[in-house]
Design a protein around this ligand. Structure first.
Ligand code: SAM
Length: 260
């Protein structure tokens, strides 16, 4: 996969390129990350990339021409990397608080793309004509306003790249994760088996060798966690008969513990 980023601050991306899972994926060339800085495409001596908005209002806007040229340059670079094969399209995404909310499902969809370009806005955002002419999609991290698009772009890249085959050591680890199956991942434990005397113990079923019991415990733990923290996810889930049974058991136990 090839990822291009249009940003005034490419140095910020060291936060993902130099560390952890994403750093490793880049080192192993599972993913390639390229940058274009709109300042390098500004037409004047001062390398101006922003200007006052027409009609007044506070702040500055990113000018359309340097951004368009940076997008065209990075697009060319990605197409060179991926080769001219049919289907090697480039999807261009502008991160914006006005876009559709980013989800795990969207991360999966983008992880299937060969070439992605992300545009990180700054100031009060970008000239609308950039969105009209080069942007395929706008994505938001959430209902709040950040001072720049670099952090959202890094978050999205991280969420996508860890889904690529070979990036996470254990393929199963991403399958069990929150949102992957429409549930939150249940409680997890590691050594030691007990802390604070024997007050805080690892559930005995996880220490034994009964794989079926462990499987059922994990599903139940995921269901309970989702019920307690994100009932909205359960409300839209088509529960399997096994899940229905496990939840019913949980409700029954809870009702009887309230009775006692
Ligand atoms: N004036 C814009 C508005 O009210 O919609 C906000 C501009 S914001 C200060 C500057 C840049 O940060 C945006 O162009 C965008 O790229 C990025 N940004 C800010 N909040 C974001 C969010 N919630 N999700 C994605 N990108 C965001």
């Amino acid at each position: 996969m090839n990822i291009g980023v249009v940003s005034l601050f490419p140095e910020m991306f060291r936060a993902i390129s130099d560390f952890g899972v994403i750093g490793r994926a880049l080192n192993q060339k599972i993913v390639k990350l390229e940058f274009a800085n709109p300042r390098d495409f500004a037409g004047d001596r001062h390398k101006t990339v922003d200007d006052k908005p027409f009609g007044g209002g506070p702040g500055m806007l990113m000018k359309v021409e340097p951004l368009k040229k940076a997008c065209a340059a990075i697009r060319e670079k990605l197409l060179c990397l991926s080769g001219p094969a049919e289907g090697n399209a480039v999807k261009t995404i502008y991160v914006s608080p006005q876009g559709a909310r980013f989800t795990q499902q969207k991360a999966h969809e983008l992880a299937n793309c060969e070439n992605l370009v992300f545009i990180a806005g700054r100031y009060e955002g970008v000239d609308e004509r950039l969105i009209e002419s080069v942007v395929d999609e706008e994505i938001s991290l959430g209902d709040y306003v950040l001072s720049g698009g670099e952090l959202p772009v890094m978050v999205i890249i991280d969420a996508i790249v860890r889904l690529l085959p070979e990036v996470l050591g254990n393929e199963e680890s991403s399958l069990k994760e929150s949102f992957q199956t429409g549930l939150l991942e249940g409680a997890q434990f590691t050594r030691p088996r007990e802390i604070e005397g024997s007050c805080l113990r690892v559930p005995p079923v996880l220490l034994g060798g009964d794989h079926e019991a462990k499987r059922l415990w994990e599903i139940r733990a995921a269901l309970i966690r989702t019920y307690e923290r994100r009932p909205d996810l359960l409300a839209v889930r088509n529960l399997s008969s096994e899940e229905r049974k496990l939840l019913a058991e949980y409700f029954k136990e809870n009702a009887s513990s309230l009775d006692n």
